[in-house]
Every structure is written in C-alpha cells, then in structure tokens.
Design a protein around this ligand. Structure first.
Ligand code: SAH
Length: 441
C-alpha cells in the first residue's frame, strides 16, 4: 500500500476516537467521518507498519444513520466527532466502547447498559480554550496544532461568539500580536473562558508578562459580553502545550465563579477542575448516589475531589467525609464550599491521593469514591484502598481504557465490578464518562 492509493472499502468498526475502520490489502485503514456499515472511497494519506490513515473522498453507500452535520466547521475541526450521525448511534458507540474496554482490557464480563444521553447537544460546555494564532482564533484540527478559525462553537455556552469577536477586535484595534508557536514569539496564546451561575469569566493567556492595552480589552469585553463577571490575565511564558501558566492577575471584576449542582453551591477558581457539562453532572452525581446507597452511617473518602463536588453532593447521607486533591486552589475551594453548603463533617487534604491516603488516620472508610484524571489511578493507591477493606468503591472515569485497567487491579485485590453506567457528558465528541460500582467480595 502506498500514499495516494485510492480504495473502495467497507467500514466495519470504529476506533476509540470515533474514526471508521475498514480494510484494504489486508491492512486496517482508519477513516475519519466514515460510519460503520458504509462503503466509502478513500485516498491513503499515511501508511504505518500495520495500519494506514485514509481520507474520505466519497460515501458510496451511506449508513441509514448518517445525517447532515449541524456544525459548519465539523469536517475540519478536531473538537467533535459525531455531528454526522444520529445521536442514538453515538450513545451506542459510547456504550460499546466502554463494554469493549471492560471486557478486553479488564477481562471482566459485564453487560453495559445504554449510555444516558444529554437533553441538549448544543451550548452545553461551560469551559472553552481557544488557541490564538496567525491562522486565526478557534479550535485545533484533529491531531494537529493547525487552528481552524471559528466564530461560534455550537457546543460552547452562548456567550462564546461575543467573547471571540471582542478579543479579535481588541487585537486588531490595538495591534496585539497572536502567539507564534514555532518561533515562540508574539503575545496572545489562548482565550480561556468559563461560565456559571455567577457569570462569565474571560481569561487572556499571554506569553508576555503584561497584557498590552489591557484596559481597552476590559472595556470591549464589558460592552459586548452580557454576563461578564471577571477578566483575568494568565502569564504563560513557557514553550509548552499546557494552556495555563501558574500566575493569574485580575484585570477587572471577580476572580472566581459560583455555580450550582442540584442542591449544592460551589465556588471555583480558574485553576480548579469543574465538570464542563452542568446539567449532566447532576445526572452523573445522582448515579454515584444511587450506586453508593449511603445510609448516613458511613465514612466516605472522596479521592481526587477537586473543589469537593461529589462528596458534598452526598454529604447529607454521610457520617464523615474525607477529601484529597492535588491542586491547592481546588482544596481551598473545597473547604470554602463545605462552609457554603453547611457541611461540618468534612476534612480536606492537599496532596496526591497515592501519598496521602496511606497516611490518613482515624476510622477506615466504608465507601471510597475515585474520580481520577484520564490516566487513572496509581496501582499503589488502589492497594491502599483495598487494604482499608471498604465495602464499596464508586469509580467515576472519563477514560474507559484506564478505567478497565484499574477495575482489573481492583478485582485482583478482592473487589467485584457490579454495575457500570456510561453517561454522556460530552455530546458530539468521542469522550464518554462512566460510573462503576465495585463491592468487596
Ligand atoms: N471529583 C471532582 C474532580 C475530578 S477531576 C469533580 O467531580 O469535579 C480529577 C481531579 O484529580 C482534578 O481536580 C485533579 O487536579 C486531581 N488530581 C490529579 N492527580 C491527582 C492525584 N495524584 N492525587 C489527587 N488528586 C489528583
């Protein structure tokens, strides 16, 4: 097989990232935007040892589930994967992906139920990170740092077009340079936005130590963005893919947001993690509550607790709550949020779960909540948890493959995977959240 060869192939599967998979000359060919069951014409763009990447030229026989994409940037942008297929099929892809990972990687036989869908597939994101480059302001193309210029991202909150246009106009008017990644020159790297009940926070990330014409930026944003509650500056002078640097400065307004999930209120600072889809977060946490089935007599560890959300959501049915989180600002938020929510039975510790959990004194936990980042848990932490002989573990994961690896480890340490529930927090993208109940055998 060679680059630029053209084949007609049948799509028989889907990769973890939502690309179609077919075969040509005995090799697997990955084809973005091709759907299972379709016959497509592809041109080979890259040949690897055992597989190749193809570009879709023509859909020869379309899937019954193919639809016209609602987003005008869909076929260029690397953000979403599923605007060209009916939502029910996307939910099924996510269910099957979770089931496959748990079966194959976790070697655990369990049926995974239907993914809980999201009522609204648009405007659900409360956080945006838009790279600013010579090519424009927008979103990266798939597996690339080439920026697709967008005026409006339809999965983002409704204020994002006003923010993007305000920053564009400020840069044009004041001659502020975009960042150039190759040369590590220029000024504005990213526009970082977050919104919640208290308003919209806009943070401008620059390579330079100050924001040139910062007062004018504030003025334009205040004119255009209706619910603006704060304008921040983040200084990131490093050559890195990490969006945010460590230093924040307030240019105007508040340097935090306040938001609600069900009966709880949460304050969060810009560096703290917060689920991006508020409506579905309640659905997810209700599932955690259902799985945990707390009676009010349990000691609960909330590991990777962020700003304290899951534990505090459950706290009225908990005897004692212990939270661990590595980001200092998030732990400060968690302590303040406990006060805000009238919770007096919570303790919070800042550090890594793997280092701090073995040192926790006092009563052993009855229930442990694990909600790690994509890379999952350290094996040593899982051993620490198993050693406590906690009766239940509720594992919340945003990456099925590392979840499956960790479930295997926990099964080998004396736990049984009892229930699994995928929840769609990120409609139209390939990402899926999952909640799992494990019980001690
Ligand atoms: N449970 C929270 C946060 C989940 S995201 C919520 O639902 O909002 C995962 C969190 O784990 C992040 O806040 C991240 O800062 C934190 N984290 C990452 N590695 C960690 C580690 N090794 N130990 C403790 N916390 C960690």
């Amino acid at each position: 097989m060679n680059k630029n060869d053209i084949f007609e192939i049948e799509i028989t599967g889907t990769t973890d990232e939502g690309d179609g998979v077919g075969r040509a000359e005995g090799m697997a060919v990955f084809v973005p935007y091709a759907l299972v069951g379709e016959v497509v014409s592809v041109i080979i763009v890259k040949v690897m040892k055992s597989f190749a990447y193809g570009k879709l030229l023509e859909v020869v026989k379309p899937s019954n589930f193919r639809i016209k994409a609602e987003c005008e940037y869909f076929y260029k942008c690397g953000g979403c994967r599923f605007w060209n297929v009916e939502y029910e099929q996307e939910l099924e892809f996510k269910r099957k992906h979770v089931e496959d990972c748990i079966n194959r990687i976790g070697k655990i036989n369990i049926d995974v139920p239907k993914t809980i869908g999201c009522e609204s597939n648009k405007g659900y994101r409360n956080k945006g990170q838009f790279p600013v480059t010579d090519d424009g302001i927008g979103i990266y193309a798939q597996h690339s740092h080439r920026v697709i210029d967008v005026e409006k991202c339809i999965i983002q909150g409704e204020e994002n077009p006003a923010v993007l246009s305000a920053v564009r106009d400020w840069m044009n008017e004041c001659g502020v340079e975009p960042y150039n990644e190759e040369k590590h020159s220029g000024c504005v790297r990213h526009i970082y936005t977050r919104c919640g009940e208290s308003g919209v926070m806009v943070c401008i990330v620059t390579r330079t130590e100050c924001v040139p014409h910062g007062e004018r930026l504030v003025e334009i944003l205040r004119e255009r963005v209706e619910r603006l509650s704060g304008v921040l500056h983040n200084y990131n002078e490093k050559r890195t893919n990490v969006v945010l640097g460590k230093r924040f400065r307030t240019l105007w307004g508040e340097d935090y947001l306040v938001d609600s999930i069900g009966h709880c209120r949460f304050k969060l600072s810009p560096l703290s993690f917060y689920q991006v889809n508020n409506a579905q977060t309640k659905v997810l946490y209700d599932k955690v509550a259902e799985f945990a089935e707390l009676s009010g007599n349990e000691v609960v560890w909330d590991l990777y607790c962020g700003i304290g959300t899951i534990g505090q959501y459950l706290a009225k049915d908990v005897k004692k709550l212990v939270g661990i989180e590595v980001v200092p600002q998030a732990i400060e938020n968690a302590k303040e949020n406990a006060r805000l929510n009238g919770i007096e039975n919570a303790e919070y510790y800042c550090g890594t779960a793997e280092e701090l959990a073995p040192k926790l004194k006092g009563e052993k936990p009855d229930t442990v909540i694990l909600d790690p980042p994509r890379k999952g848990c350290e094996e040593s932490l899982l051993k620490t948890v198993a050693k406590t002989k906690a009766k239940k573990i509720v594992y919340v994961s945003c990456k099925p493959s590392t979840l499956a690896r960790d479930l295997r480890i926990l099964e080998d340490l004396g736990y049984k995977t009892v229930k699994v529930q995928p929840v769609d927090m990120f409609p139209r993208t390939h990402h899926v959240e999952c909640c799992v109940l494990l019980c001690r055998t």
